[in-house]
Design a protein around this ligand. Structure first.
Ligand SMILES: C/C=C/C(=O)SCCNC(=O)CCNC(=O)[C@H](O)C(C)(C)COP(=O)(O)OP(=O)(O)OC[C@H]1O[C@@H](n2cnc3c(N)ncnc32)[C@H](O)[C@@H]1OP(=O)(O)O
Length: 259
């Protein structure tokens, strides 16, 4: 059992991952990052229906790369860290099931980039967010320049990145970066509730919906419509699709088996 990343099974065949370095605002050191990459690679091949990522303690989701460790790194080690964090967050973004970021505190730099790699972002009203890297003479190196621009639009993303702005969860909600904002004590219960609401539906269908949206975004609308149909086609010959129709006829909730 790791101490850097805690795992907890949750209702509906889900997993709660907690970044566990509260003494340094859950900063990402290289050992934690390599452990996260290995764990996410294993989860890629699991039959999980949903995952939540959050931070230990009440102050931080994740304050980004560990700057003390970074100060001791040579140039090659910095590049190795960047290659690893980029690939790890892309693995998270490409997990076949939905991932919810429960942003329980500060999310700066790589911490916000971690949340950007998730599908849905819920935040505590006390959380402060920001891609603060240019204030350190660097740029977001874990996908932040690409994902933020795709989520909120290039003009707003440029302003936030160029100014290393630190902004509130409510401001993030206003620009479409954060799905919902809660009181600190209500964040995890609502994240668990959202996870349960997703996990009760056809797991194959939810997976196809994620891939339809994610990969369709990079296509022309014409191509993406055919891509959507090809995702739909994966579901036609499934027991879950039959179960959905049968449950409707029998006026009961469907019991999806992911087959
Ligand atoms: C590819 C990715 C790149 C990146 O992510 S670049 C890094 C981007 N992240 C940041 O710029 C955030 C850096 N941290 C801060 O700005 C502040 O910290 C906070 C706002 C998060 C908290 O400030 P306050 O409440 O005043 O507490 P405190 O004394 O600064 O921090 C408490 C302890 O936590 C350690 N800590 C916080 N963030 C990091 C970090 N990112 N890397 C390493 N340590 C961190 C501090 O050093 C200190 O520890 P000690 O008491 O031993 O001095």
């Amino acid at each position: 059992m790791s101490f850097l990343i805690q795992q907890e099974i949750i209702e509906g065949n889900g997993l709660l991952l907690t970044i566990n370095r509260p003494e340094v605002y859950n900063a990402l050191c290289y050992p934690l990052l390599t452990e996260l990459k290995e764990l996410v690679f294993q989860l890629y091949h699991s039959n999980l229906r949903i995952m939540i990522i959050t931070g230990a303690g009440t102050k931080a989701f994740c304050s980004g790369a560990d700057l003390k460790e970074r100060d001791s790194m040579n140039d090659d080690q910095v590049l190795q860290f960047i290659d690893t964090i980029r690939d790890t967050f892309q693995l998270i973004a490409n997990l076949p099931f939905p991932v919810i970021a429960a942003i329980n505190g500060v999310a700066f730099g790589g911490g916000l980039e971690l949340a950007l790699a998730c599908d849905l972002r819920l935040a505590s009203e006390q959380a402060m967010l920001g891609l603060t890297e240019v204030a350190l003479g660097i740029i977001p190196g874990a996908g932040g320049t690409q994902r933020l621009a795709r989520i909120i639009g290039p003009a707003r993303a440029k302003e936030l990145i160029f100014t290393a702005a630190r902004f509130t969860a409510r401001e993030g909600e206003k620009i479409g970066l954060i799905n919902h904002v809660y009181k600190p004590e209500d964040l995890l219960p609502n994240a668990l509730g959202l996870a349960e609401r997703i996990a009760q539906h056809g797991p194959l269908a939810v997976r196809q919906a994620k891939t339809a949206i994610n990969r369709g975004l990079n296509m022309s609308l014409d191509d993406a419509l055919y891509w959507e149909t090809s995702c739909y086609r994966q579901l036609i010959n499934t027991a879950d699709r039959r179960e959905g129709l049968t449950a409707f006829k029998e006026k009961r909730l469907p019991q999806f088996q992911g087959k």
